[in-house]
Every structure is written in C-alpha cells, then in structure tokens.
Design a protein around this ligand. Sequence first.
Ligand code: G1P
Length: 297
Amino acid sequence: MKQKVTKAIFPVAGLGTRFLPATKAVPKEILTLVDRPLIQYAIDEARAAGIKEFIFVTARGKSALEDYFDHAPELEAKLRRDGKEELLEALKATNMESGAIAYIRQHKAMGLGHAVGCARRLIGREPFAVILPDDVIAAEKPCLQQMVEAHEETGGCMVAAMEVPPEAASSYGVLDVAEDMGSLVTVRGMVEKPPAGQAPSNLAVIGRYILTPRVLVNLQRIRPAAGGEIQLTDAIAMEVQQGRPVYGYRFRGERFDCGSKAGFLQATVAFGLAREDLRHEFAAYLQSLTAMRRAAQ
Ligand code: G1P
C-alpha cells in the first residue's frame, strides 16, 4: 500500500553565524526574502506537497519562530478595525491549525543527522519529509510536491539532487550513482562533503528529503563523523548498504543557497523580479545600474 507523506521536519537549530551580526538576535530562518521570512517559503512548499504536521527542531534563541507561527490577536484586531483586509490575508499564511506544529529542542549542536533524530518520537511508521529552509527553490511545481509524486511510484528514500560544478562538490552530500534514468537516479552510495577531487559524481544533495522511519533507527546507530557531527547523509547511505532503495531526484526549478550571503542576494533579486507588484520598478533600477556600469567603463 502506498503511504502518504504528511509530516515534515524542519531543522532550524543552526546558529546562522554566516549572517552575524544580523543573526545575533534574529534566527536566520526569519531573515527576509522580499517580504517573507525564509521559513515561510519552506512551510508553503510543504503545504503544497500535502504536509499536515510540521516539526521544528529548534534551539535556544529561536523563539521568534514560535511567535511567527502563532496568532497575533492585537495586531489582527487592529488590522480588522482599520479595514486592512489584504494584510490580514497575508497574515493567514503564518497561521497554523492548533496541534499542527511541534517544537523540539536540539540541546547540543551535533549536526543535521542529530537534529533530525531529535524528532524521532514524533514520526510514526510512515515516510516523512525533511526540508532545509536555507535551500530556497523557485519552481512552477514546488520541489517537495514533485518529489512526493515521484515517491508515490518508487517508495524508499529520496533526496533532491542537482548537478554542481566539480569544485563545489565538497560543500555538499554527493551521490554515487548506480543507474541514471533522467529525473531519477538510483544510488549506490552517498558521501558527505567529499575532499576535493574525490567526489563520486557531481550530483549533489539539496535540502529536500523523503525518508523512511528506518533512517531514524540508523541515526541512533551511527557514530559522529568529522567535527563530532552526526550526518544525515551517512544514515541514508546505510539504507543502501542494507539493500534498500535510495533515489536521487533531479527537480525542476532553481535553487538558491540562502545559507550564503551571495546566494541570499541572488534570491532577493530573483524573487523581487518575480513579483508582479515590484517587477517594473526593480527591473528598471537594475537596468540603470548596468547602464551606469557600462558608461563608467
Ligand atoms: C547539508 C547536508 C548536505 C547537503 C546540503 C544541501 O549541508 O549535510 O548533504 O548537500 O545541506 O544544502 P550544510 O549545507 O548544512 O553544510
């Protein structure tokens, strides 16, 4: 029987040191792309894929995330009094049904695998999704929805995958591909952040996963790798070693690495240009910049 994916884990415990000083007092997931925090894009993508339960793995200093997904009665009452229907509508996306969202604290920063493992008691027997909010994906059909549809056919574990330049491979989990079937590949191994020149391919893991509960069992067993971190990649690779299927899914869409400043800026430009209400003015500004630069040369 096909099992539906209805739960998603959002690892949001990271310190966000790359964005200091901004992230001294604001969680990096609250940093804003145009007018929505990063976490909102992740939640919207999850909802589009049919996710009903949202599990946040958080840490000290992340309470702004809990407030963000709570009702704000005073603000809502004021907007209602002032007849600001559009703003009330915009706030709706931040509301969660009671009991649909859970927060678990990761008490020690021991890596992505450890963070996902912290949610194990909230996951039952069904496959579940993991979304890394740093990876923002612009796509006609949201990436996780593409994956859920593909997963209905394949079952097993599935990771989002994307070709990266060989010199960038050591920043990612990298797939060792067994069979390449186009949008789907089967995997014979996975390596987390391989040393330069030793990547098994240039197909990198991007932050969307559909995993079987068995991966959570594997996470309990694996030892911390380099840097004392428990790697999600290693727990998924264990599935392959035990003869169970793991797929890479080449999604259709454009991925932005919002964990880096350059990626965040690129996303800001792309999402700004994609917005009907901003496009005109913003494109004209960018054009004037290019024209100025040309004139200066
Ligand atoms: C994490 C994962 C890595 C994956 C990457 C995608 O790494 O460990 O396998 O390729 O996300 O963004 P991080 O970027 O958190 O170091």
